[in-house]
Design a protein around this ligand. Structure first.
Ligand SMILES: *[C@@H]1O[C@H](CO)[C@@H](O)[C@H](O)[C@H]1NC(C)=O
Ligand SMILES: *[C@@H]1O[C@H](CO)[C@@H](O)[C@H](O)[C@H]1NC(C)=O
Ligand SMILES: *[C@@H]1O[C@H](CO)[C@@H](O)[C@H](O)[C@H]1NC(C)=O
Ligand SMILES: *[C@@H]1O[C@H](CO)[C@@H](O)[C@H](O)[C@H]1NC(C)=O
Length: 271
C-alpha cells in the first residue's frame, strides 16, 4: 500500500461571499440557538468563523453543533461537538444561566454539555481564531473548543501531550472514523481498529507540543526546542495573513494542510 500520510498544501481559489456585517457581542448567559433557524449563529468579530448548527450534508435528518469558516462558500467545519450523536430537528444549544453550554434534543435530553464548573459571571465568545471559549468576566478561559479538536487544527491552536484528532468516517459522515493522530512524545498516525503506526514524527518521545502559526505546523520539545516542521506554509508566506488555513486528518487517513485566499482578485486557481 502506498505510504499513507502525506502532507499536502492545496491552494483553492474561493470567491468571497457578500456578507452582512454583524456587530460583535459576547454570547451572554441565557442565549440559545435552535436547529429550526440555522441562519442564526454566533459569529466571531470579523465574521470569519461562526458557532451554531449545520445540517449534515448527507440527508436532512440531523444537525451538527459546529464551528465553521463562515466566509468560505462550503462553510467548512473545523470543529463539532456531537459528531457521534447527531442532533435531530428541534434540538437547541443554550449557554445556561449557570454557565453551562448544553445541547439538548427536542425532548430536553442532554446530547452534549460542557460545564465551566466555576462560580461567578461567565460569557461565551466565538473568537476570530476559530476558538469558541467560555470565559470569566476577567477573560480567564474556563473551557475552549481548541482543547478538544475533532479532526482539524487551526493557526493559533496548540496541542499538548495526549491530544488526538480522529478522522471522520467518510466525506459525508462526520462520525469518528478509522484514523487517529495522537501526540504522545511523537505525533503518530494510527488506524483505530488495529493500532498500527502508519507514520510518525520519530522524535524519540521528546515531542511535547504541536503548534500551528501562519508559517506552518511545528512539533516542539518540552523545553521549547523545535524538533520538526510538520508542514510549511511556504507557498503562502509572502501573504500568509491573507489566507485562511486549516489542517485536517481526512477520512482517508491523510493529514492535509489547506490554505484559501481570503479574497481573490482574479478568477483563476493559484495552482
Ligand atoms: C448517505 O447515507 C446513506 C446511508 O445513510 C448512504 O447509503 C448514501 O450512500 C449516502 N450518500 C452519500 C452521497 O454519501
Ligand atoms: C465581553 O465580556 C467581557 C466580560 O464582561 C468584557 O470584558 C468584554 O469587553 C466583552 N466584549 C464585548 C465585545 O462585548
Ligand atoms: C456514519 O458512520 C457511523 C460509524 O460507522 C455509523 O454508525 C453511522 O450509521 C453512519 N451514519 C450514516 C448516516 O451513514
Ligand atoms: C511560527 O513558529 C515557528 C516555530 O516556533 C517560528 O520559528 C516562526 O517564526 C513562527 N512564525 C510566525 C509567523 O510567528
Amino acid at each position: 500500500m502506498a505510504f499513507h500520510c502525506m502532507f499536502l498544501l492545496a491552494i483553492f481559489l474561493v470567491f468571497p461571499l457578500s456578507t452582512i456585517a454583524q456587530s460583535y457581542k459576547n454570547v451572554s448567559l441565557g442565549s440559545t440557538l435552535t436547529t429550526s433557524d440555522v441562519t442564526k449563529f454566533w459569529p466571531s468579530p470579523s465574521g470569519d468563523f461562526a458557532f451554531g448548527f449545520q445540517r449534515i450534508r448527507n440527508g436532512s435528518s440531523g444537525f451538527l453543533l459546529a464551528i465553521w469558516f463562515n466566509k468560505l462558500e462550503g462553510k467548512t467545519i473545523v470543529w463539532s461537538a456531537n459528531r457521534n450523536n447527531i442532533a435531530s430537528e428541534g434540538s437547541k444549544v443554550e449557554l445556561s444561566i449557570d454557565g453551562r453550554l448544553v445541547l439538548t434534543d427536542p425532548n430536553g435530553q442532554e446530547i452534549w454539555a460542557r460545564d465551566t464548573a466555576s462560580a461567578g459571571p461567565v460569557y461565551g465568545a466565538m473568537l476570530d481564531t476559530g476558538n469558541f471559549v467560555l470565559a470569566t468576566s476577567s477573560s480567564g478561559i474556563l473551557w475552549q473548543s481548541f482543547d478538544e479538536p475533532t479532526d482539524t487544527i487551526l493557526p493559533g491552536q496548540v496541542l499538548n501531550q495526549r491530544s488526538r484528532f480522529v478522522s471522520s468516517f467518510s466525506r459525508t459522515n462526520a462520525s469518528s472514523g478509522r484514523f487517529e493522530l495522537f501526540l504522545d512524545g511523537d505525533l503518530a498516525l494510527y488506524t483505530i481498529k488495529y493500532p498500527i503506526v502508519y507514520w510518525s514524527t520519530t522524535t524519540g518521545g521528546s515531542g511535547n507540543q504541536v503548534s500551528f502559526n501562519q508559517s506552518g505546523i511545528y512539533l516542539h520539545a518540552a523545553n521549547g526546542t523545535l524538533l520538526t516542521l510538520i508542514s510549511s506554509s511556504n507557498e503562502t508566506n509572502s501573504t500568509s495573513s491573507q489566507f485562511y488555513q486549516r489542517a485536517i486528518l481526512e477520512s482517508d487517513g491523510v493529514f492535509r494542510h489547506y490554505a484559501y485566499p481570503k479574497r481573490s482578485s482574479s478568477g483563476r486557481p493559484m495552482v
